[in-house]
Structures are given as structure tokens and as C-alpha cells.
Design a protein around this ligand. Structure first.
Ligand SMILES: NC(=O)C1=CN([C@@H]2O[C@H](COP(=O)(O)OP(=O)(O)OC[C@H]3O[C@@H](n4cnc5c(N)ncnc54)[C@H](O)[C@@H]3O)[C@@H](O)[C@H]2O)C=CC1
Ligand SMILES: O=C(O)[C@H]1O[C@H](OP(=O)(O)OP(=O)(O)OC[C@H]2O[C@@H](n3ccc(=O)[nH]c3=O)[C@H](O)[C@@H]2O)[C@H](O)[C@@H](O)[C@@H]1O
Length: 443
């Protein structure tokens, strides 16, 4: 069985590499020639723990290769996994241009019957449109099947999620039952529960999953905001509600909101999908609004506890949208950096991995430090935006030693208020009472 993967981003590269690790022969194609060149040199163009080693292992074993030549990618393929981007457009709907380009390219180059497996997150009805496009464009003597197989991996733990995911969803129409069996057989060795359904339901499961997780986050953030006002502590409240098995403890970490390439875009896309069938998804609209507000929370708090930010040095710790990734797409750090620069502050940022990506998106006046201590030295306030282990392991006493005024605004609740009290640091976190070390000023 020859497998091709279209797109070598976070999903495509993990899919191709993990399928090779499972013994399949895989060729990955991307339109970005520099990505392919790096991969051919056995270097991963993205940071994902464990991925580069797995790429190298499977290239050496001759199971995994990379090409920028679409004929080489698709000519011999029995199965093509579509893992190209589906970014949001200005109105929030998903941009399907890359999907369409990939479909045209497959149709142009296929020399065998082919099963197209869509891993990209696509609006309901897209797989049916892929089928229609393929039927129109493919060589007449060849057959195509279309299977929806949404991906649920998380960046930062993508390889673990591939091998130990909660479920595999395979959607297809009745006429493609044979293709469903082929795809199911590929996944069988993983022993992960598999559900088979129709195309539209598979597409909807992906959006509904991300929307539900985003809802949990906005919900707990609103509870945290209320906790601050009524004197409750979000840590205890989240723990207490998470003990109810019907609610569960996961995705109840309050903070400065969700970012990343998926929750923000997929929630907006689902609002659009609903709107297209004259359904106003009011709950999800509120989830999005709460998240937007939450991302500005630290700057609001900084104004309260630091005073006027003009001319102040602010350390921005953590730029990736979550730990263990270099991805800064829709990261809260980007919103915060822009707001701080807008307030006239000097921003010195630190991230262990994501600086190169950040530089492409952040305001040019942001400065970058090579170490946490360098970022916080002489600072008037430090913002903790991403809960990297390296940041969490830095005791608050270190902030006290190196900052001009030790005011730490923690958007991820990395420290306990007790540690802040012991370290004589003014510590402002989310959903908890502020710890005031007597150094804050309000102007
Ligand atoms: N990043 C994530 O954690 C997850 C992403 N998804 C979905 O998977 C899809 C891909 O996401 P990412 O991997 O994050 O995107 P990405 O932006 O990291 O990678 C997409 C890749 O597709 C390539 N590409 C664009 N047009 C192409 C074409 N015609 N042929 C071949 N390659 C082409 C791009 O050059 C890029 O390298 C999206 O629909 C996303 O919503 C789903 C689950 C998890
Ligand atoms: O469709 C996708 O792309 C993926 O989106 C998310 O994965 P990911 O965005 O990689 O990362 P998450 O761990 O879900 O975190 C997303 C954001 O939510 C925030 N978050 C997460 C959990 C939480 O309790 N609180 C919270 O604020 C994180 O800081 C981060 O900014 C989903 O978890 C995956 O299942 C899905 O496949």
C-alpha cells in the first residue's frame, strides 16, 4: 500500500511519520519547497517533541520520504491523506483554497484508483464537494473514494496523541464502504476505539469537539473572573467541579484564554456553518467573546497594579500559544505584545522555542532575551503568558532578585499565592485574590 500525505505541517508531518512508524510506506508532499528541502536533510521544520527523531528513524528505514514533485507524490499512491491548512477568512469561514489545489493536483497526477482521506478540518459538505471535484477532474478510467478522518491531536503531544488517542472517526458515504475498510485496517494496530459514520457527521464531530473544549475554557474563565470578585479561589472551584465525573477535571485550567491555530478558527467557522443554515449559534458566539476579553485581562490588571505603562519595561515570558510547541498562531502573547506596545511600554520577550516564529508576527519594537533572567532584569512587571516548564521552575524569589519592581502577572496560574507571599512578590493571577508585596503603585 503506497500512502501519500498532502501538507507537511503539524498534522501532515505527524500523520506521515507515524504511519511510517507503523510500517507503511509514506511519501509526503508540500508546496513549500524549503520545508521539503529541510525534511530531505532530516530536519523537522516544526518543533514537536520526539518528531525529528522519528522522522530520521523512518527515513533511514526507507519507509518515509519527502518530495516537492507532485507526480512522485501522487502517481503511485493508493491512499492520499489531505492535511493542508484550512485557515480562517475575514468573515470567519474556512478557506478551502488549499484543499481545492491539493485535490486538483491529485486528480492531475493519479495513475491508480485512489482513496482520499481528509484529515484537515473542513466544513460540513466539503468532503462531498471533494468527491464531485475529483469525479470531474480525474482520469475517466480510474476510481476515487472519499473518506473523512478528522484529526484530534494536540500540538506538543502530537505523537502520543496519534498512538494513544481517545477515538478514531471515519466518515464515508455508503458507496465507499470498501475504502472505509481499508482505512480502518490501517488504524487497527493502534487498538484505539473506532467509530464509523457518514461524511457530514464526521465533519461535524470535529467542529463540535473543538467548540465544546473551547466552551469549557471560556466557562471556567468566566467562573474565575467571578471568583476574583466574590473571594473564591479558582483552583479549588475547578478541582471541586472536576470531581463530578459528568464534568471531569480536564480543560478547566483558567487563564488568559485559548489560542492556537484551531480553537479560534474552528469556533468561528462553526458559527459560520450554523449561520449558513440560518441558525444563530449564540452560545458559541459568547464563548468567542469571552475568550477575546480574557486575552486582554493581564494588560488590564497591569494598568491597575503597575500604573501607567508608558516607558515601563515589561518582561513577556512565553510566546507560544501553549507549552512544547513553536506555534504562535493566535497566541495570547501576540495580543498582549501589541497592547503593551500600544500603551508605550518596552517589551522584552522570552520563549525557549518560539522566538523565530514570533519575530515574523510580533511588532518590530519587541526585544528578545536569550534567558528568563535577561528578560526580567530591571523590569517593572513580568507577564507569564505560556506555562513552559522552564518558566514554572523559576522560583518567584528569582523575580524578586532581578526585577526593578517585582510585580508578576501570571496568566497561567503557574505559582501558588503562598509562594508569592513567601517571596515578597506582588503576584496577580487569574481567579485568585491578588498577593500584594507593598511595591505596587496605582496612578
Ligand atoms: N495543528 C493542529 O494541532 C491540528 C490541525 N488540524 C487541522 O489540520 C489541518 C492542517 O493543520 P496544520 O498542520 O496545523 O497546518 P499547517 O499550516 O502547519 O500546515 C499545512 C501545510 O499544508 C501545505 N500546503 C498548502 N497547500 C498545499 C497543497 N496544495 N499541497 C500540499 N501541501 C500544501 C502548507 O505549505 C503547509 O506546510 C487544518 O485543517 C487544521 O485545522 C486538526 C487537528 C489538529
Ligand atoms: O483541532 C485542533 O487543532 C486541536 O485543537 C486542540 O489542540 P491544541 O490547540 O493543539 O492545544 P490544546 O491543548 O487544546 O490547547 C489549546 C489552547 O487552550 C488553552 N487551554 C487549554 C486547556 C485549558 O484547560 N485551559 C486553556 O486555556 C491552551 O493554553 C491553548 O492556548 C485540541 O485539544 C485537539 O484535540 C485538536 O485536534
Amino acid at each position: 500500500m503506497n500512502i501519500a500525505v498532502a501538507g507537511t505541517g503539524y498534522v501532515g508531518l505527524v500523520t506521515g511519520t507515524c504511519l511510517a512508524e507503523m510500517g507503511q510506506t509514506v511519501v509526503c508532499f508540500d508546496v513549500q519547497k524549503e520545508k521539503i528541502a529541510a525534511l530531505q536533510q532530516r530536519r523537522s521544520p516544526i518543533y514537536e517533541p520526539g518528531l525529528e527523531q522519528l522522522i530520521q528513524k523512518n527515513m533511514s528505514a526507507g519507509r518515509l520520504s519527502f518530495t516537492a514533485d507532485e507526480k512522485k507524490a501522487y502517481g503511485e499512491a493508493d491512499i492520499v491523506f489531505l492535511a493542508v491548512g484550512t485557515p480562517e477568512q475575514e468573515d470567519g469561514s474556512a478557506n478551502l483554497t488549499y484543499i481545492e489545489e491539493a485535490v486538483r493536483s491529485i486528480a492531475r497526477n493519479m495513475e491508480k484508483d485512489v482513496i482520499i482521506v481528509t484529515k484537515s478540518t473542513v466544513p460540513v459538505g466539503t468532503n462531498e464537494r471533494i468527491r464531485q471535484m475529483m469525479e470531474r477532474l480525474k482520469p475517466p478510467f480510474l476510481r476515487i473514494s472519499v473518506v473523512s478522518n478528522p484529526e484530534f491531536l494536540r500540538e506538543g503531544s502530537a505523537i502520543h496523541d496519534w498512538f494513544y488517542g481517545d477515538r478514531i472517526v471515519i466518515g464515508a458515504s455508503k458507496e465507499d464502504e470498501e475504502a472505509v475498510a481499508v482505512v480502518a485496517k490501517l488504524y487497527e494496530p493502534l487498538g484505539i476505539p473506532m467509530m464509523k459514520t457518514d461524511l457530514a457527521s464526521a465533519e461535524m464531530i470535529k467542529y463540535a469537539s473543538n467548540a465544546f473544549l473551547a466552551t469549557k475554557i471560556s466557562f471556567i474563565n468566566e467562573i474565575a473572573n467571578i471568583c476574583e470578585k466574590v473571594g473564591a479561589t479558582i483552583d479549588d472551584v475547578a478541582y471541586g467541579i472536576g470531581l463530578d465525573k459528568r464534568i471531569g477535571p480536564q480543560f478547566l485550567q483558567a487563564g488568559i484564554g485559548y489560542g492556537g491555530s484551531c480553537f479560534p478558527k474552528d469556533t468561528k467557522a462553526l458559527v459560520q456553518i450554523a449561520g449558513n443554515v440560518q441558525h444563530r449559534f449564540e452560545l458559541l458566539e459568547a464563548v468567542i467573546q469571552v475568550n477575546n476579553k480574557q486575552q486582554s485581562m493581564l494588560v488590564e490588571k497591569a494598568k491597575q497594579y503597575v500604573g501607567c505603562l508608558r516607558g515601563k519595561k515589561i518582561a513577556l515570558l512565553g510566546l507560544a500559544f501553549k507549552p512544547n510547541t513553536d506555534d504562535v498562531r493566535e497566541a495570547a502573547s501576540l495580543v498582549i505584545a501589541n497592547q503593551l506596545i500600544g500603551e508605550g511600554a518596552t517589551v522584552v520577550a522570552y520563549d525557549p522555542i518560539a522566538v523565530d516564529n514570533a519575530k515574523k508576527h510580533f511588532p518590530p519594537s519587541v526585544q528578545y532575551a536569550d534567558a528568563i533572567i535577561e528578560a526580567i532584569r530591571g523590569a517593572d512587571a513580568a507577564f507569564i503568558v505560556t506555562e513552559w516548564d522552564e518558566i514554572k521552575r523559576t522560583p518567584l524569589s528569582v523575580f524578586r532578585e532581578h526585577m526593578r519592581t517585582p510585580i508578576v502577572l501570571d496568566g497561567r496560574n503557574c505559582y501558588s499565592p503562598e509562594e508569592a507571599r513567601r517571596s515578597h512578590v506582588t503576584y496577580i493571577s487569574i481567579g485568585r485574590a491578588p498577593v500584594l508585596a507593598g511595591v505596587y503603585q496605582t496612578e
